[in-house]
Design a protein around this ligand. Structure first.
Ligand SMILES: [Zn+2]
Ligand SMILES: [Zn+2]
Length: 219
């Protein structure tokens, strides 16, 4: 399919528009219950984002009113309640010791990185480290998207678009390069789902930018 908009053009417009929204550090500061969130990570910059580039897009895909709860799962939940925490903790463990038994037998297959597997006494303290990392090195912005179907569709398009931008590449010291997911390492995003999928066209980008403007007027 030919598109009327390249991922690079869309990515530049997204980064520029989101600057109108406050950069938040706590789920308690989110002013609405339904929307998408965009995480920024200290030290990760690009020509589209000289201060900080977007490093994760997320959603609360199955429930209405769940945005704040979803963000709380990231900040103070556990690795089985948040794929973001699973990625971050796995990257921390691997950076410190690639042969850590909590990551064995293979990337993505150890008990830390496997969904619903339990932590052991050795990796349990990683939960505290992940919470500290999120508080110290990450900030986020939220865009109000009231409709669930539209929100889920936009999430997929936004992840794929930001992942496909070849201006916003991870720095050589990006922490995500220790993540087990090939899609995280290649995209420069702490996202794996939707990476490589269809990207935003002009119409859906314009609709999203309208939502950003309305969100900015609300806060
Ligand atoms: Zn363990
Ligand atoms: Zn970009």
């Amino acid at each position: 399919m030919t598109s009327d908009l390249t991922p690079n053009q869309a990515c530049a417009a997204i980064h520029e528009a989101l600057k109108a929204l406050p950069l938040l550090a706590s789920p308690a500061d989110v002013p609405f219950g339904d929307g998408l969130y965009f995480f920024y990570e200290q030290g990760e910059v690009s020509d589209h984002a000289p201060k900080e580039r977007i490093v994760r897009v997320g959603n609360h895909p199955r429930s209405q009113g769940g945005l704040v709860r979803r963000l709380r799962m990231h900040y103070s939940g556990n690795k089985n309640s948040s794929v973001f925490r699973k990625f971050l903790g796995g990257a921390l463990l691997r950076r410190d010791d690639p042969s850590n038994p909590c990551l064995s037998p293979a990337p993505g297959k150890g008990h830390w990185e496997r969904q619903d597997a339990r932590t052991c006494p050795r990796c349990a303290p990683t939960e505290t480290l992940v919470s500290g990392l999120l508080r110290d090195r990450f900030r986020f912005r939220c865009v109000r998207v009231p409709d669930l179907v539209e929100r889920n569709g936009l999430e997929a398009l936004l992840v794929a678009t930001l992942a496909a931008c070849d201006v916003c590449r991870p720095s050589s010291s990006w922490f995500g390069l220790h993540a087990y997911s090939e899609k995280v390492r290649a995209s420069g995003l702490w996202n794996s789902q939707y990476v490589g999928g269809p990207t935003l066209d002009r119409r859906s980008l314009d609709r999203f930018l309208g939502m950003v403007r309305r969100s900015a007027a609300e806060v």
